[in-house]
Ligand binder design. Structure first.
Ligand SMILES: [Zn+2]
Length: 316
């Protein structure tokens, strides 16, 4: 085996993005390394979005669907105006915005490159109010505008290239001894497993954590520009945190280390720090919306009630 080559591949894969950053994320100005063209990201996302909508059920709740589309449109208009005012219309070139509500109990929402957004009905009881939903949708729009998808594809390409180099370096390796204490893995297999763990913890995870924080930051500004009160955003993440409290301490700390998302507590602190700046955009918004409660189904309303009200403690 050639240890030097394998270390070189690892080091290259880990430091390349910081050395060759060539674009900047909007507003935050963070350096980004992107090797994938917008055109290829947009056409791939259009296809996947259409396929997703074909194979998943749209919500038949017209009232909730209308709220998702209205808040989405408000955020779209706000970012388009901002792009125009700041001479950055190229950022949104070829975007074809779409906002859909999909029937699913998952507490989830996402945005594909090019402005293709999905909110799951399971998000409604947690979002609770229009500002709550705008927090989530602003965050998703921010992922798309800051090109986080293309950045992730680039990271995967770099990691993939590092892995290929590593495999080539071990090409002439002898197969492992099945009776040995390492369980019969060859040196190559062990090196690839270590490489996988190292790149996951060292490159991909911090990257997506940075992206999450950036999406929180930009999302807060986008919701504010669209006239939704950014001071309400920490309350949304507090409700998310309350939901997650059921997992055990050990599981939680492990999730915090390996999770691609910052903890809800971290998010709440960051958002509180950023709220005063976002309020400037809110005060300048053409319309400031009253924070109305979202329309909920009876099942969703039951979900918002405290857990002990739903399942009374057994009397002993
Ligand atoms: Zn996110």
């Amino acid at each position: 085996m050639n240890l030097r080559n394998c270390l070189l591949a690892l080091v290259l894969a880990l430091i390349l993005p910081t050395l060759t950053a060539c674009t900047e994320a909007p507003i935050t100005g963070r350096s980004q390394f992107i090797m994938v063209s917008d055109a290829s990201m947009l056409s791939a996302s259009q296809e996947s979005y259409a396929e997703f909508l074909e194979t998943n059920e749209l919500s038949d709740n017209t009232e909730q669907t209308a709220v998702v589309k209205r808040i989405g449109k408000d955020i779209q208009n706000a970012v388009e105006t901002w792009a125009q005012d700041t001479g950055q219309t190229d950022l949104l070139e070829n975007y074809e915005w779409e906002f859909n509500l999909v029937q699913s109990d998952q507490v989830n929402a996402w945005c594909m490159p090019g402005g293709k957004i999905v909110v799951y009905t399971g998000m409604f009881p947690v979002a609770e109010t229009e500002a709550g939903l705008a927090t989530i949708m602003g965050h998703e729009v921010a992922h798309a505008i800051a090109r986080h998808g293309a950045e992730q594809v680039t990271s995967n390409m770099v990691v993939g290239a590092g892995g290929a180099l590593l495999a080539a370096a071990f090409n002439d390796d002898e197969p492992g001894d099945p009776n040995s204490t390492d369980g019969g893995y060859s040196d190559e297999q062990i090196a690839m497993i270590s490489y996988g763990i190292l790149t996951q913890v060292g490159l991909l995870l911090p990257h997506s954590r940075t992206q999450e924080r950036e999406a929180d930051h930009l999302g807060l500004i986008y919701m504010a520009m669209a006239g939704y009160n950014p001071e309400k955003a920490p309350e949304l993440w507090q409700r998310m945190a309350d939901r997650g409290k059921s997992s055990s301490g050990l599981l939680k700390s492990f999730e915090t280390i390996l999770s691609t998302h910052p903890t809800n507590e971290e998010r709440i602190i960051n958002l509180r720090d950023l709220a005063p700046d976002a309020m400037r955009y809110y005060r300048n918004a053409p319309t400031r919306h009253e924070d109305k409660k979202l329309p909920l189904t009876p099942e969703q309303t039951a979900e918002t009630e405290p857990a002990d009200a739903q399942t009374p403690e057994p009397q002993t």
